[in-house]
Design a protein around this ligand. Structure first.
Ligand code: DC
Length: 223
C-alpha cells in the first residue's frame, strides 16, 4: 500500500488539496482533523470540558465514532450513528478539537484507527502529525503551509460560502491561537519533520498548489 502524508496548520489548503490529489491518484482521502473534531463534539455533547483530561479520558471507552465514504467519495463522520459531518465544521468545534487533540490519551486512542486505514488502503492522509507520528514510513511526506493572513482570508471565504458570518480579525486571532496550541503541545506537536518536503501556498492559487503537490509526489513515487 502507498501512503502520502500531508501535514500543516489550519487553512493552508490541506484538505482541498489532499482531496484533489487523492482523486487524481485514485487513493482514499483521510481527513484526520475530522476525527478529532468528532471527538470534540462528543465531549461537548457530554457536557465535559475539553481542556480537562480528567473529564475527557473517561469518555473515550464509550465513544462510538464511525467513518464512511459516500457515493460521491466524500468522507462522512458519524457519532453514535448520527451523521455529524456538517456540525463538526462549526467554528466553535475547531477550538475544542485543538484542545482535545492535546490530550495524549486521545491521540493514542485514534492512532490505531488511522494506521489501520493506511494498512488497508492507498491513502492521502492529512493532519498535523501524520508524517512524524502516525505514518512515519509514508512514501511521501509533505508539510503544507501559508502565511496566517492568507489562511485567515481563505477561512473567511469558506465560512461565507457556507452562509456563516465571521470577521477577518477574529479568524486571524483564532488561527494564530490554534497554531500556537498545536505547535506547543508536548505530544505530537505540529512541526515539519526533517524528511518532509515544504510547500508554501501563500502566493499560490489552488491549481498551482496542486501542481506543486503533484510534482513533489512524482519525485518520490512513480505513478
Ligand atoms: O485540520 P482541522 O482544523 O480539521 O483539525 C482540527 C484540530 O484537530 C486541530 O486544531 C488540530 C487537531 N488535529 C491534530 O492534532 N492532529 C491531526 N492529525 C489532525 C488534527
Amino acid at each position: 500500500m502507498r501512503s502520502i502524508a500531508i501535514d500543516g496548520p489550519a487553512g493552508a489548503g490541506k484538505s482541498t488539496l489532499a482531496r484533489s490529489l487523492a482523486q487524481k491518484l485514485g487513493f482514499l482521502y483521510v481527513d484526520t482533523g475530522a476525527i478529532y473534531r468528532t471527538v470534540a463534539l462528543a465531549v461537548l455533547r457530554a457536557g465535559a470540558d475539553p481542556k480537562e483530561p480528567g473529564q475527557v479520558i473517561p469518555l473515550l471507552d464509550g465513544l462510538d465514532i464511525q467513518m464512511d465514504y459516500g457515493p460521491d467519495g466524500v468522507q462522512r463522520m458519524f457519532l453514535a450513528g448520527e451523521d455529524v459531518s456538517r456540525e463538526i465544521r462549526e467554528h466553535q468545534v475547531s477550538g475544542l478539537a485543538s484542545a482535545v487533540s492535546a490530550i495524549p490519551e486521545v491521540r493514542e486512542f485514534l492512532l490505531e484507527l488511522q494506521r489501520k486505514l493506511a494498512r488497508e488502503n492507498n491513502v492521502v492522509m492529512d493532519g498535523r502529525d501524520i508524517g512524524t507520528v502516525v505514518l512515519p514510513g509514508a512514501d511521501v511526506k509533505i508539510f503544507l503551509t501559508a502565511a496566517p493572513e492568507a489562511r485567515a482570508e481563505r477561512r473567511l471565504l469558506e465560512l461565507r460560502e457556507r452562509g456563516q458570518e465571521a470577521d477577518f480579525e477574529t479568524i486571524l486571532r483564532d488561527i494564530k491561537d490554534r497554531d500556537y496550541q498545536d505547535e506547543h503541545r508536548p505530544i505530537a506537536p505540529l512541526r515539519r519533520g526533517p524528511d518532509a518536503a515544504l510547500l508554501d501556498t501563500t502566493d499560490l492559487n489552488l491549481e498551482r498548489s496542486l501542481e506543486g503537490l503533484l510534482s513533489l509526489v512524482k519525485e518520490k513515487i512513480s505513478l
